[in-house]
Design a protein around this ligand. Structure first.
Ligand SMILES: [Zn+2]
Length: 71
């Protein structure tokens, strides 16, 4: 997966780095607790646990906290 470093979105600029624009390189599955390495995900992405197969919708809060919801 490639990250677009040059996207032009004025609203996103204030949030880059920590915060809602934060990217994550792994997550703990809320369903089975397995740690899943990942090549990079962030707010609005959908991720899948390699162990149990559950899919989750990613939400990142304004404070940069990761939240996963069952997709
Ligand atoms: Zn899982």
């Amino acid at each position: 997966m490639q990250f677009d470093q040059n996207y032009d979105d004025d609203d996103a600029k204030a949030l880059e780095g920590e915060g809602k624009g934060r990217r994550f390189s792994d997550f703990d599955c809320p369903d089975c607790n397995a740690n899943n390495p990942h090549d990079g995900f962030g707010d609005g992405d959908e991720i899948r646990c390699y162990y149990c197969g559950m899919e989750f919708k990613v939400t990142v809060s304004d404070e940069g906290r990761l939240k996963l919801r069952e997709a």
